[in-house]
Design a protein around this ligand. Structure first.
Ligand code: ADP
Length: 623
């Protein structure tokens, strides 16, 4: 019984090690080098602890136990102790570097010192000393064991310290405790040889590795982390790809829309006119889809920004009404705008995004309402001196949404009740963009719906009140107005240069301006454009942004550099498919006079030309 009392620490250590070993082998994890090393360390620890107990017995029963047997037991005990430290070193190495190949390749380097020391342990003498409480072993073999243990202990510590940056904080803390304890135990063991406490150090190291790296839970968390990282990466790649593709697709759409416009202008044949109008309608809806994809991927990749500017609230409602009224009338649905009269006139906020949100909700209202009405209600929720909280609500008497389907509304590409909505055009992106835009503006969309009876979408927005608006002077012609009632003009003496790397865009441009008799000069690259600028003077210049070799912005800087102030008075317009928020401001900041977005709308082009061409060059044809 007294003997069991002496080895109680070792017995406890064996129980814990077996517990870890069982758990570990039952977890059936992938057999990497690191895990194999840990498994061998567990088995070696058990051998060591068993022989620790055996030698405590043999060294205290020198008379009964044959000398050779006593020595063999001691040698196994000492060898397994040194081997444990070698394994700890190898394990730490693979953990830190994440790669077993290097350590396997240099195996001879770190195995040879150990092998030499083991041979020495087995052949040099070992003394058995009578202690105060019990006997213990000492002498050359024990000293060599200490040297070997210390050697590999410091090797492992050195490795961990040198690579401390690649180890995360919780792991670092645990390893520090484990190695610290090991160090203290080694000192105590050396100072008090019959204390027999090395088993504590062994168990601390095993526990540290088990709890930080090897336990099934830790392993699971690491797997999940890795999965999440690769999923995030794939998602980012998808968003980038979508953004790039939708940007690229806008250029050919520009070509199609422009050519359809040319047919409309030049043909007198009824059928061709109808085809051209159909092409235009389809490309417009294609452009809508592309814009939604671009927006959605911009939001996902965190590139969407809210750009607050001063705006007139009434203009937002006017624009929305113009667009939605046509769609509602086509379906025979009543459209009601119930706008409170006490709303401030001018506000500060991102009117484009607010319009986009309301347009999405109203379009959906019309799309998913077979009969009845769609209503927009706007009122003040709270008003302070400088700011106001507006309450917006879009309600309809449409097909409604089942309660369990409401969460699906906000997921990208998700459409609800495909059986009912299959014939309604849509991508399932609108609602997700709407909610995300509102989130960016610090708001949240609330949905209430009764299946079969209708839905109600509402949100609140805080906007600053602008008391003394400094809005841009009102544009001379409203584009919508212009579309219905184009201003007919000619400017045969005007010279306009357009630089674009896309042949179709150039053709469209020439076509759009054909009836104006403006002298249109085209260049297919920035380099060609610069040469033409040397030979001629132009009244207006259009530069495409994205061009290979030299883009529009570089060309702009080169023109200024080469010709000094020659172009200070010439309107230079940036032509770009870049529909990103704030793009216009960026171009104006660089020095461009204005910005024309692709696809080029004929009304917008006319408006720009009339705004920037010198008055004396233009003659109006309208009566
Ligand atoms: P979609 O492009 O399909 O309209 P949205 O993201 O705008 O995509 O809407 C997602 C789905 O939510 C729609 O497919 C439709 O099933 C449902 N939904 C949206 N608005 C309404 C509404 N006002 N009434 C009924 N269902 C709606």
């Amino acid at each position: 019984m007294l003997f069991l009392y002496d080895v109680k620490l070792q017995i406890a250590a064996i129980v814990v090690t077996i517990y870890i070993l069982l758990n570990y082998s039952l977890a059936k994890r992938a057999k990497s080098y690191q895990h194999r090393v840990f498994m061998i360390a567990l088995i070696d620890a058990i051998v060591y602890l068993v022989f620790d107990i055996v030698t405590v017995y043999t060294v205290n029963h020198l008379e009964q136990v044959p000398h050779v047997l006593n020595r063999i037991c001691h040698n196994i005990y000492l060898t397994s102790m040194t081997f444990f430290l070698v394994l700890v070193f190898v394990y730490s190495y693979i953990m830190v570097k994440g790669d077993a190949k290097v350590i396997v390749k240099s195996a001879l380097n770190w195995m040879i010192p150990w092998l030499l020391m083991v041979i020495a342990i087995w052949i040099v003498p070992l003394d058995y000393i009578k202690g105060e409480h019990s006997n213990y072993s000492m002498g050359p073999a024990a000293y060599i064991t200490y040297i070997s243990v210390l050697f590999y202990f410091f090797l492992a510590c050195n490795l961990l310290v040198r690579n401390r940056k690649s180890i995360d904080v919780p792991k670092k803390r645990l390893l520090f405790i484990a190695y610290g304890t090991q160090f203290i135990v080694l000192i105590i063991q050396a100072a008090i040889p019959d204390s027999l406490i090395t088993s504590i150090a062994i168990i601390m190291i095993l526990m540290a590795f088990y709890m930080t790296v090897e336990s099934p839970d830790v392993h699971m968390i690491e797997l999940l982390k890795a999965e999440k990282q690769s999923a995030d990466k794939a998602n980012r790649a998808k968003s980038d790809f979508l953004a790039r593709m939708s940007h690229e697709i806008r250029t050919p759409i520009n070509g199609i829309m422009g050519l359809a416009e040319l047919i409309k202008r030049e043909t007198n044949e009824k059928h061709s006119l109808k085809y051209a109008m159909d092409i235009e309608e389809s490309t417009e809806s294609l452009l809508g889809i592309i814009n939604e994809i671009l927006d959605s991927s911009k939001i996902e990749s965190g590139k969407m920004q809210i750009c607050p500017t001063e705006y007139k609230l009434q203009n937002v409602f006017n624009d929305l009404h113009t667009i939605i009224a046509v769609k509602a009338a086509e379906k025979g649905i009543k459209l009601v705008f119930d706008i409170a009269e006490d709303l401030p006139d001018y506000l500060e906020g991102d009117d484009l995004r607010i319009k986009q949100v309301l347009l999405n909700l109203l379009t959906n209202g019309v799309k998913y309402t077979p009969k009845g009405e769609v209503k927009l209600t706007v009122c003040i929720k709270e008003k302070k001196e400088q700011s106001v909280i507006l309450h917006f609500q879009v309600s309809d008497t449409g097909i409604g949404i089942k309660e369990e389907n409401i969460p699906k509304l906000f997921a990208s590409f998700e459409r609800i009740e495909e059986s009912q909505t299959r014939y309604v055009q849509g991508t399932g992106l609108g609602m997700s963009i709407t909610t995300q835009l509102l989130k960016l503006m610090g708001s949240e969309l609330k949905v209430q719906s009764v299946y079969g009876q209708g839905s109600e979408f509402s949100f609140e927005l805080q906007q600053n009140i602008v008391l003394n608006p400094v809005l841009e002077e009102k544009e001379e012609w409203d584009t919508a107005e212009l579309k219905e009632n184009p201003i007919r003009y000619q400017a045969p003496n005007a010279k306009v240069l357009i630089v674009d790397d896309n042949e179709i865009n150039l053709k469209v441009f020439r076509g759009l301006l054909k009836q104006t008799k403006i002298q249109v000069f085209t260049a297919i690259s920035a380099a060609e454009g610069l040469i033409m600028l040397k030979d001629q003077d132009f009244d207006m210049i259009f530069l495409d942004h994205m061009m290979p070799e030299m883009d529009g912005i570089e060309m702009f800087h080169k023109m200024k550099q080469e010709s000094g102030s020659k172009y200070d008075k010439t309107p230079i317009i940036m032509l770009s498919a870049n529909a990103i928020v704030g793009a216009k401001e960026k171009y104006l900041e660089i020095g461009f006079s204005d910005f024309l977005s692709k696809p080029v709308l004929p009304e917008k082009l006319d408006k720009l030309i009339l705004k920037y061409l010198p008055e004396e060059l233009i003659s109006y044809l309208n009566s």
